[in-house]
Ligand binder design. Sequence first.
Ligand SMILES: Cc1ncc(COP(=O)(O)O)c(C=O)c1O
Length: 333
Amino acid sequence: MWRYKSVLPDGTPVSLGEGWTPMLRSRRHPHAYLKEEGANPTGSFKARGMAMAVTMARHYGLKKLAAPSAGNAAGALAAYAAAAGIEAHIFMPKDVPFANYLEAVLYGANVTLVDGLISDCGRIVAERKDKEGWFDVSTLKEPFRVEGKKTMGYELVEQLGWGYPEAVFYPTGGGVGLIGMWKAFAEMEELGWVKPGKRPRMIAVQSAGCAPVVKAFEQHAKVSEMWKDAATFAAGLRVPKPYGDYIMMEILQESGGVAVAIPDEQILASLKDWAQNEGVFLCPEGAAATAAYDHLLSTSYLKPEDRVVLFNTGSGLKYTDITAEAAGIQRPG
Ligand SMILES: Cc1ncc(COP(=O)(O)O)c(C=O)c1O
């Protein structure tokens, strides 16, 4: 992602090879492109934000970072902190995908599993950070993760030949990627890097088991309400009250986009569909995006000839326990 260094905050990169991920054309939908973020270090797009945040943390001489995480941000923070020689203190729900727990522990982070959701983890970090001397790298509470994630916007435009798609499907939890990409589009227009034209419709995709952004969008509200009893196997979408909800609402409106909630059964069906017909093992969050694409084709919101980008935000291989359980698959014997 450091090919975009000239538009990124100035620090010596702590890099593990993040960014410039494949843009795969669907075999069945010639105008649909899958942005394969599972190809990043630590197997998810969270690498981009954490590479940038840890780069700047090292630049400013910070020694102890802390974050709540739905799972993948934990693995990414732990890896980049290890590479930078910085302490990482991580709080995650106790039922995160096992891979997220394992990687964070192996990278040497201090990991606490919490009986609650990411919002509870965030509260613990906020309560303890001053006493412990931690710098809080929670989503949108520091300025740099969004800068790393904005490179997804630069990249998709460059990979499409410096042009916008009609729509971008983004599995939305905290919404940092959505916010970052929208910022990237504005910057590219200002720099003259993209031909002026209609910006993509931004499609925020959530699980029906935790859809605060969709509810707020449907009610034309400016902010979301805390979603009760959030439950979905798409672990990264289990964010009951995103901190940057009001920014997302503005982007959805300005882009002429929508917010869509997909039931977990449809997410699983799309995950199997892409595995069997495209050869791609999506993460559940990515499968929410592919399912949302099918849904918006069926309602004629989009036409098959509209060029779209679907974000597979992580590798399906990080979710073997959770996806096996959802699909009822066990090793024989
Ligand atoms: C694989 C995956 N997709 C999507 C999300 C949601 O990302 P954001 O918080 O940027 O909306 C997460 C967050 O943990 C994730 O791990």
